[in-house]
Design a protein around this ligand. Structure first.
Ligand code: FES
Ligand code: FES
Length: 160
């Protein structure tokens, strides 16, 4: 058996030092070692976006991202995103009917937060492109897309 590797990283503002399998995926580290279960396990193949987290502000599919790639980096999960922008995104998704079973929702919220931090004025085409890697089996996407445009229109994207 391979020896464990030592991962030092910051998760939601807190420094963590963890022993991980050398090829362990970040999703498993977050869910199983840190018990951050808001990061959802879907396809495990990088296709559905349910496991999206931010590494140094950039969205990654944590099911195909080696935990050791996060060495020295800053990870944000849905549990750590409690700024005004993320709250506006969550409220808008609920108000626009963009959530049903909710399994995909954390991944969408993380991805939309990353998008609007960078592009507070994101237009529909940019939103569609940004969300193309996130799958929702329930809502048909219209409510989620409407929610993003609602946040953009309210200027909440500039609040943080
Ligand atoms: S579980 Fe990671 S992309 Fe589907
Ligand atoms: S709300 Fe059920 S998968 Fe999106």
């Amino acid at each position: 058996m391979d020896p464990m590797a030592t991962l030092t990283t910051t998760v939601n503002g807190r420094e963590e030092r963890l022993e991980v399998e050398p090829l362990e995926k970040l999703m498993d580290t977050l869910r199983n070692r840190l018990h951050l279960r808001g990061t959802k396990e879907g396809c495990r193949e990088g296709e559905c976006g349910a496991c999206t987290v931010l590494v140094d502000g950039m969205p990654v599919n944590s099911c195909i991202y080696a935990a050791m790639q996060a060495q020295g980096r800053r990870i944000e999960t849905i549990e750590g995103l409690d700024d005004a922008l993320t709250r506006a995104v969550q409220d808008a998704i609920v108000a626009c009917g963009g959530v049903q079973c909710g399994y995909c929702t954390p991944g969408f919220v993380v991805m939309i937060t990353a998008l609007l931090r960078r592009y507070p004025d994101a237009d529909e085409a940019l939103v569609r492109e940004a969300l193309s890697g996130n799958i929702c089996r329930c809502t048909g996407y219209a409510g989620i897309a409407d929610a993003v445009q609602q946040v953009v229109a309210s200027n909440a994207g500039r609040a943080t």
